[in-house]
Design a binder for this molecule. Structure first.
Ligand code: TPP
Length: 336
C-alpha cells in the first residue's frame, strides 16, 4: 500500500494533491445581462481588450522588451469599479495592472509609451508594464508589496478626516505572501478605509488556486475580523449594485473590506506561458464576457469593436514612431 502511495506519478496526480479550496472560480462565474450596457463602459471594455491583445502581438513580433501580464478576461472588474472609486481615492495595482490603469486614466498613449520606452511615457520609461506611478495610482510587480503601503495610506486618509479610501488589487496567489497578513492585521486593528480587491482567477502563474491556498480567502479575512464580500457576476450593473453600499461603508466608517471577484484569465500568465489544459482555456473563452456581448448586442459590439481596434492600431503606430524616452528631473516629481 505504501508503495502505491509513494508512487511518483500518483503522488503528483490530483489523487493526492487534492484541491482544498473552493471549486475553480470560473465554474461559479455568472454571466449576467448586457443589454443595458452603457456606451462608455463598452468602449472602455473594448479598449482594454484590444490594448492587451496588441501587446501580445507586439511581443510576438519582437517589438517589446521585458515582460507583460495582460488582464484578458478580467477587464470588466476595473471597468465596474470605475464608477465606485473617486478621483481622490488611492489605487494600488499589481503586475496585471494595464486594465486598472486604463480604467482610471483612459490614457493608452502614456501606458504604451511607458511599455515601449518612448517619449510621453507615464514614468519616462523607467517603470515599464508593472511599475507605474501617476498621482494617486501606484503599481508594483512585487506580489504583496502594495498591501502595507495601502494600509499606511488608508491610515493617513483616516487621520486627515477625508472620505477617501485606499484600494489595492491582489491576485489569489498573492495570499501566499506574509505582508498581506501583517497588513490585514494592522488594517483591522486600526480600522482604516482599505478596500482589498481580489481578482481570483483560479491560478497563480502555473499553480491552480486549489493546490496552493488552504481554506479560503473569506476565512482568512474572517481571521482578522475583516468583512468579506464575494462577487460572482461579470455584469457591470450587478457588481456596482452589490458593491456600492459596501464601498460607501468603507468610506463612512473606515472599516476595511475584502472583495473577492471570481474571475478567469483568458490568456497566458505573461506572454506565451499558458500551462493549463486546452479544455480549460476553451471553457474560459466560452464564459468570456466578450462572447456574451457578441451574442446579445452584436450590432453595438461590432461597431465599437472596430472603432477600438482601429484606435489601438493608431496608438501603436503613433507611439512606436516616437523617439526613445529620456530620464530627467521631472522623473523625480509625482506625475499627476
Ligand atoms: C514577491 C514575488 N514573488 C514571486 C513573483 C513572481 N510572480 C509574478 S506573478 C506571480 C503569480 C501571481 O499570481 P496571482 O496573485 O494569483 O495573480 P495573477 O497572476 O493570477 O493575476 C508570481 C509568482 C513576484 N512577482 N513577486
Amino acid at each position: 500500500m505504501l508503495g502505491v502511495l509513494l508512487h511518483p506519478v500518483l503522488w503528483h496526480s490530483h489523487l493526492f494533491i487534492r484541491p482544498r479550496g473552493p471549486v475553480a472560480p470560473s465554474e461559479c462565474l455568472r454571466g449576467g445581462t448586457v443589454m443595458g450596457v452603457d456606451d462608455a463602459d463598452l468602449e472602455l471594455l473594448l479598449l482594454i481588450r484590444h490594448f492587451e491583445r496588441k501587446l501580445l502581438e507586439l511581443f510576438e513580433a519582437g517589438q517589446l522588451n521585458g515582460t507583460t501580464h495582460t488582464c484578458l478576461g478580467q477587464e470588466y472588474i476595473p471597468v465596474a469599479l470605475r464608477t465606485l472609486l473617486a478621483e481622490a481615492d488611492y489605487v494600488f495595482s499589481n503586475h496585471r495592472g494595464h486594465g486598472h490603469y486604463l480604467a482610471r486614466f483612459n490614457d493608452p498613449h502614456g501606458l504604451l509609451a511607458e511599455i515601449m520606452g518612448r517619449e510621453g511615457a507615464v514614468c519616462q520609461g523607467v517603470g515599464g508594464s508593472q511599475h507605474i506611478l501617476r498621482g494617486r495610482y501606484l503599481s508594483t510587480g512585487v506580489q504583496g508589496e502594495s498591501m502595507p503601503v495601502a494600509v499606511g495610506t488608508a491610515l493617513h486618509l483616516k487621520r486627515e478626516g477625508s472620505n477617501n479610501l485606499a484600494a489595492v488589487f491582489l491576485g489569489d496567489g498573492t495570499w501566499g505572501e506574509g505582508s498581506v497578513y501583517e497588513a490585514l492585521n494592522m488594517a483591522s486593528l486600526w480600522q482604516v478605509p482599505l478596500l482589498v480587491l481580489v481578482e481570483n482567477n483560479g491560478i497563480a502563474q502555473s499553480t491552480p488556486t486549489g493546490v496552493q491556498l488552504a481554506g479560503s480567502i473569506a476565512g482568512r479575512a474572517a481571521a482578522f475580523g475583516v468583512r468579506h464580500q464575494l462577487v460572482r457576476t461579470q455584469d457591470l450593473d450587478e457588481i456596482r449594485a452589490e458593491l456600492g453600499p459596501a464601498v460607501t461603508r468603507v468610506r463612512d466608517t473606515a472599516e476595511p473590506l475584502v472583495v473577492e471577484f471570481l474571475t478567469q484569465r483568458l490568456g497566458p500568465h505573461s506572454k506565451g506561458d499558458d500551462t493549463r489544459p486546452a479544455e480549460e482555456v476553451d471553457l474560459a473563452a466560452e464564459r468570456d464576457w466578450y462572447r456574451r456581448y457578441a451574442a446579445e448586442i452584436p450590432d453595438r459590439l461590432g461597431l465599437c469593436d472596430i472603432r477600438q481596434r482601429e484606435f489601438v492600431e493608431q496608438v501603436v503606430k503613433e507611439v512606436a514612431a516616437r523617439p526613445l524616452s529620456t530620464w530627467d528631473d521631472r522623473c523625480l516629481l509625482p506625475n499627476v
